[in-house]
Design a protein around this ligand. Structure first.
Ligand SMILES: C[S@@+](CC[C@H](N)C(=O)[O-])C[C@H]1O[C@@H](n2cnc3c(N)ncnc32)[C@H](O)[C@@H]1O
Length: 287
């Protein structure tokens, strides 16, 4: 990218400034500055590259903890039969599988007292992701689990910043480990608000910021030294995992992100830190 140089006065000297980055056409890709138009392709390349090893790497990097974090997310959602739910950046399906399993368990328990016909309203769980490779891994996993064969699970290729769903149609919206990869967080939040019904719940699980001394240093060491090394060893791809770690540090801190959710129109916005802020779950209601 060509840099246009302008100058600003500093004491008696004229110093160059990078005007191309002042016009908001630049954004971060990990610690690199890239053009907004390039970012989504670069993110797409990362997830195409990691798709086949994604689930194994998640277990290795988090020591299996990501499963508990996703359980917590789904328990906060409180899924119910008949609900229309959208999981954005749903990737290989972990979150929707947990939602569907919860709904199926509720149905099974309830069937002891009522018949299938009593669940008049047909539920739908949608997974939306921008990356075909991630979705394909997810579809294969769904088949292996016997989930969604009744059309309750719908896979949609799409961009979180411009969803193809109608206004006021969803009871719930989740996004897990996805929002830090997008180019415009505000657009994603605005879209979440648009598609939710009044009373609908927004929930976001994301790797966040640790501020506890000592733990922060240990976490930094683990993130920058260990994770890229695991990526290289297991997936033969150090670069993608270096990006994943850098993108966490670029993501707004918990309070700032909460204020962005408020600005999007949500109410009762709150967040919960897990493992000292390694991960946080933000939530808001469209009232
Ligand atoms: C770290 S994975 C998370 C997958 C899944 N939610 C999970 O928790 O296991 C991030 C996902 O975000 C998707 N993604 C990135 N940018 C996106 C966008 N603009 N719109 C929709 N999905 C996006 C990627 O393709 C990838 O599948």
């Amino acid at each position: 990218m060509a840099l246009r140089l302008a100058t600003r006065k500093f004491g008696s000297k004229l110093l160059p400034i990078r005007t191309s980055f002042l016009h908001s056409h630049a954004t971060s890709f990990g610690f690199k500055e890239v053009r907004e138009a390039e970012k989504s392709q670069m993110v797409s390349n990362v997830f195409s590259s990691v798709a086949s090893n994604y689930d194994l790497m998640n277990d290795l990097m988090s020591g299996g903890l990501h499963r508990l974090w996703k359980d917590r997310l789904v328990s906060k959602l409180n899924p119910f039969p008949g609900m229309k739910h959208l999981d954005v950046a749903g990737g290989t399906g972990d979150v929707v599988f947990k939602i569907l399993e919860t709904i199926n368990n509720i149905k099974r328990r309830a069937m002891q007292d009522v018949s299938e016909d009593d669940f008049l309203e047909e539920g739908r769980i949608y997974v939306c992701d921008i990356n075909t490779n991630m979705l394909n891994v997810g579809k294969k996993r769904a088949l292996e689990r016997g989930l969604g064969e009744d059309k309750s699970l719908v896979w949609v290729e799409g961009d979180a910043e411009a969803l193809s769903f109608d206004n006021n149609t969803m009871d719930g919206y989740t996004i897990a480990f996805g929002i830090r990869n997008v180019t415009h967080i505000e657009k994603v939040l605005a879209e979440a608000y648009r598609v939710l019904k009044r009373g609908g719940r927004f929930l976001c699980l994301e790797l966040s910021h640790v501020e506890i001394p000592v733990f922060k240093e240990l976490y930094n060491y683990y993130s920058f030294q260990v994770i890229p090394a695991i990526g290289e060893l297991v997936a033969g791809d150090r670069g993608s995992y270096q990006y994943l770690v850098e993108s966490i540090r670029r993501f707004p801190p918990q309070e700032k992100f909460a204020s962005m959710i408020v600005e999007a129109g949500f109410q009762k916005v709150e967040y919960e830190n897990l493992v000292g802020g390694v991960v946080s779950i933000h939530s808001g209601l469209k009232i």
